[in-house]
Design a protein around this ligand. Structure first.
Ligand code: ADP
Ligand code: MG
Length: 252
């Protein structure tokens, strides 16, 4: 059984771009064994907050805590080694590689991974890397496609490859930026099943998602951002039924 997931917390996170305050003092909590969703109109600051949590951006002020440790100053690869993984809204797949090769890149970065295989060095952890890769391929339902070049796969499948690569890093906290973008109904259903299973195993999940139906179906807690601030939060059913939140959605 995996170790319990650490709690990911943002406290008073601020991030500016020039004169624009993209994130303006946000508190947010991503607990283990729960799916937390972050929604709001375009330009609300969701991706910027997400990047501050994952390590792609440093906050200008505030703290990002992982299991109580302040990680706000750590780059994303160091956060990954502490069990924090993310997927990208713009897919970051290597088109010249197979499905399994793309997923193995994530496995190399897992806690205990050496990264040696990536640069062609002899790797004492090679067997473990292969196991982590296989497990992630299975979880994402990609085992049959493992040796397929990714170049000619449809977007929906590439999203699952991206998810599998994140899972191969054995994360305990997983941040997903619009994972259902470009998925058809069948693929979205499979994604939802995978995320629910991960949550049931104790993983802490944060989902930035436009698809209201998916958020309503999956999320335990929803945060709503607008103009850099959290304007509503609570159990998904209550937040999504709030007419003021609905008005934000239709503008988003
Ligand atoms: P969302 O993901 O909710 O659509 P973003 O976090 O992308 O919102 O953007 C929040 C605000 O920050 C917007 O006003 C956006 O124009 C601005 N912004 C985001 N990224 C940058 C950047 N790299 N440079 C300048 N402004 C940015
Ligand atoms: Mg965004």
């Amino acid at each position: 059984p995996a170790a319990p997931s650490p709690h990911l917390t943002a406290r008073g996170v601020v991030r500016r771009f020039g004169g624009v305050i993209a994130v303006d003092g946000v508190d947010l909590s991503v607990p283990p064994a729960r799916i937390t969703a972050l929604v709001g109109p375009n330009g609300a600051g969701k991706s910027t907050l997400f990047d501050c949590l994952s390590g792609t951006l440093r906050p200008d002020a505030g703290r990002v805590l992982l299991g109580g440790r302040d990680i706000a100053h750590l780059p994303d690869y160091r956060r990954a080694r502490l069990g924090l993984a993310r997927t990208f809204q713009q897919l970051a797949i290597f088109p010249g590689l197979t499905v399994a090769e793309n997923v193995r890149i994530g496995a190399e970065g897992r806690p205990g991974g050496t990264l040696r295989g990536l640069v062609g060095l002899p790797d004492p952890a090679r067997g473990q890397t292969a196991l982590a890769t296989d497990r992630a391929l299975r979880l994402a339902g990609l085992a049959a496609l493992r040796d397929h070049p990714v170049a000619d796969l449809p977007t929906g499948t590439l999203r699952m490859v991206e998810l599998a690569r994140a899972l191969a890093g054995a994360p305990r906290v997983l941040l997903l930026d619009e994972p259902a973008a470009g998925l058809d109904a069948t693929e979205a259903t499979r994604l939802a099943a995978v995320l629910r299973a991960l949550s049931a195993e104790g993983m802490a999940l944060l989902l930035v998602e436009h698809d209201v139906d998916l958020v309503a179906e999956l999320a335990d807690v929803v945060y709503v951002m607008a103009a850099g601030r959290v304007v509503a939060r609570g159990p998904a059913a209550a937040v999504l039924a709030d007419p003021e939140v609905g008005a934000l959605w239709s503008r988003g």
